[in-house]
Design a protein around this ligand. Sequence first.
Ligand code: KIV
Ligand code: ZN
Length: 510
Amino acid sequence: MSWKSLLEGVYSLPSRVYFFDTTLRDGEQTPGVALRVEEKMLIAEALADLGIDVIEAGFAVVSRGEFEAVKKISGMGLSSQICSLSRCDRRDIDAAVDAGCDWVHVFIATSDIHMKYKLSLTREQVVERAVEMVEYAKSRGVVVHFSAEDATRSDQDFLMSVFRSVKEAGADSIDIPDTVGVALPHVMRLLAEKSRRVTGLPVAVHCHDDMGLATANTLAGVEGGAEIVHVTVNGIGERAGNTSLEEVAVALKFLYGIESNINFEKIARVSKLVARLTGIPVPKNKAVVGENAFSHESGIHVHGVIKNPATYEPIMPEQVGMRRRIVVGKHSGIHSINTVLRQYGYFLNSDEVKMVLDRVKEIGDTGHKLSDHELLEIVKELLGAKAAGPVALKGFQQITTQSEDRCIAEFEVQGEIMHSEGIGKTPSLSAIDASLKAFKNILENVEVKDLSLFASPYEDRHPYEAEVTLALSDGVIIGKGTGKTSSHAILNAMVSAVNQHLLAVSRRVV
Ligand code: KIV
Ligand code: ZN
């Protein structure tokens, strides 16, 4: 759904928006976050792959390590433009240029409070310095992006005169930072409109989330004609953080119908990478990338989503690299239990499902969050072997060494015990390779079309969940499995997919 036609009548929206990502600079200023050079390089690579136009790789002058990181990222040959932050100081600009940046983000504060207490400069001195440093940066052959720090608390006439002056000095684009997150959407829209009118330059907005308005303010800036949005992955940043990349990207595409270079299906991957490397977890209820963003528990919602996901999902999880999850708990209904169990290869009759549902509600009422694995244990406890399909995983061992993963498995296939072993050597994929080989030794006509591994949010003993999509003779089937290790979860997922297939075939034969 898009509001494009309605909005176009009111605002002159840009046809394309450019993403300026500052995860590696403002994001790294999150209290407690410090990234190593290699970690910054990994994130930069992922950001380029995501389609970010400009990566603010750091603040080159602040330390030797920071300079090295910016320099290494500049030398990676990424498709994004690389930028460094720089105060209005020749040493900062020199460090950015020497680090090989394409863009230099020159800033100086323009609010009275910052000029008086932080800079001890008069308005005239601030303008003079800004002009001189923009000219200097231009003379060093880089693209100059100018920010008026604390723009939203600056005297508006003064702010416009600063923007006018830096434009004349050669700035290529200007940015309106809402440094302490006090803007309102209406204010940001007006400021963007005015800045564009006064300078004729491309305008950026840089918002902070102190009042929870960063995304709304950024979008309002775009309504006012801003073509560049400053964002961070997962919205990390100083204090309450910056504008969240994923929220703005999704809103621009799906609600405004505005183009960008973002590869949406890569969003979840980048979000996870940044959460892991910064140690800042993504809140479960975070829009777009939170574990719950596409999770459903209530029976009414699950019923709707099973019939048509759009009943309770504004976009499909796959569009942003996420997955849909049906969570079982006290709000569940028959449909939820059936859907989850089918994915694990269990087909129960209505009395059996009712028994399982009663137990799930009983446990849910105690406040316990049920994992999928615990749900399967309930089924086994209540219904015993009845629930198992024609193929079962009877035994399993995963041996991991520095060079390989070995997966040793024992299966029961229609009453016959079969042993199998698989070895995987592909770096970082060896466990997956080993388990797929072990499985294919017993059922070779199985083609794996897709495989995803997840960490279970509610489970320590079986922390892995796998989802496999198999191409079988009569179509595609999805199976899920939990496990103590990744291989264990994959084998269980393969078994459940094959069982679903075999049960469906046997039903057709009967
Ligand atoms: O929030 C801010 O004002 C900044 C500037 C350096 C752009 O991060
Ligand atoms: Zn900032």
